[in-house]
Design a binder for this molecule. Structure first.
Ligand code: FES
Length: 149
């Protein structure tokens, strides 16, 4: 049994500690906003926050997440930076197919929480691990730029 703090609430899971966090979130907690893309830490679709830092939940065993604050896309609205980031996404009409976007938003929110007005190179560095097959990168950059303007 592993207890995880997800979006401010403790939840118990009858899983072994080596199960990836993504599986616990999607299959056990039914928080399906976090997506499975590659399962290899390469695409960023599964990005969540662990104590405010963006992590690839497909690569993180739940034993490493126990005792930390996990925030998923479902919990991001509870934070000011989450609301600001999601509003910027809507205002910039970023989304095309949408599959990668929860991961994109989680990475962007983590960047904006630390760097309210990032430069292009800071955006590139923070977002490099999030892949978008629709190529929404220009709109992602525009949304991040206008998020705190
Ligand atoms: Fe985790 Fe692609 S599904 S990085």
């Amino acid at each position: 049994m592993v207890t995880l703090n997800i979006n401010g609430k403790p939840r118990k899971f009858d899983l072994t500690g080596d199960v990836p966090l993504l599986w616990a979130l999607r299959d056990a907690a039914h928080l399906t906003g976090t997506k499975f893309g590659c399962g290899m830490g390469l695409c960023g679709a599964c990005t969540v926050h662990l104590d405010g830092e963006p992590v690839r939940s497909c690569q993180l065993p739940i034993s490493a997440a126990a005792g930390k604050h996990i925030t998923t896309i479902e919990g991001l609205q509870a934070t000011e930076i989450g609301r600001v980031t999601q509003k910027a996404w809507l205002d910039s009409e970023v989304v095309q197919c949408g599959y990668c976007q929860s991961g994109q938003i989680m990475s962007a929110a983590a960047l904006l929480a630390k760097t309210p007005h990032p430069t292009d190179s800071e955006i590139d560095a923070a977002m490099a691990g999030n892949i978008c097959r629709c190529g929404t990168y220009p709109r992602i950059r525009a949304a991040i730029k206008q998020a705190n303007s």
